[in-house]
Design a protein around this ligand. Structure first.
Ligand code: NI
Length: 178
């Protein structure tokens, strides 16, 4: 178990296409996933992709627990998703705020598909298939983009909303979710 350094925008690994996982049930994979959960929890993230800890493999994790202090935040099941594929079920784009642990302190409004199906494998190699909409769909699209070397500013269509959260939300006691 270890909290890893999160690499930031500009590091070449964040711009790479990550390689698929070929073997499941390995100590290497188990350790990677533990490190990712430790790192995400330490930074209060909603999701993390392996390239963000400098491991260019197609592994993402995400999850948001319901929190009575933030009732507006939608719950997202805690998930390990390996070699993911996304298909779009509703190509309506919805714009909302995003942040990223690789762009600390910054926020921007990002258009994402409203409803998707995602497939992939869990850490044991068992297939996983889900439909997701709203915030859940947004988190998955954000994390899977990391595996293709895409950071959220590259998905923005209006860069005027891109900025530092302390300037964008000077009165906020809580900030929009990572
Ligand atoms: Ni991110």
């Amino acid at each position: 178990m270890a909290v890893k350094e999160v690499i930031r925008m500009g590091h070449p690994i964040l711009a790479q296409i990550a390689e698929p996982v070929e073997e499941f049930n390995t100590l290497w994979l188990e350790t990677l996933i533990e490190d990712m959960f430790d790192t995400m929890a330490a930074r209060d993230g909603a999701g993390l992709a392996a390239p963000q800890i400098a491991v260019p493999r197609r592994v993402v994790i995400f999850g948001v627990q319901r929190n009575p202090r933030y009732p507006e935040v939608e719950e997202v099941p805690t998930t390990v998703l390996i070699n993911p594929q996304i298909s779009v079920l509703d190509d309506t784009l919805e714009e909302d705020w995003e942040g990223c642990l690789s762009l600390p302190g910054l926020r921007g409004r990002v258009p994402r598909y409203r409803r998707i199906r995602y497939t992939g494998f869990d850490q044991n190699g068992d297939p996983l298939e889900r439909t997701a909409d709203g915030f859940h769909a947004r988190v998955v699209q954000h994390e899977v983009d990391h595996l293709d070397g895409i950071l959220y500013p590259q998905r923005m269509t209006d860069m005027r909303s891109f900025g530092y959260e302390q300037e964008l939300f000077p009165d906020a006691t809580i900030s929009p979710l990572e």
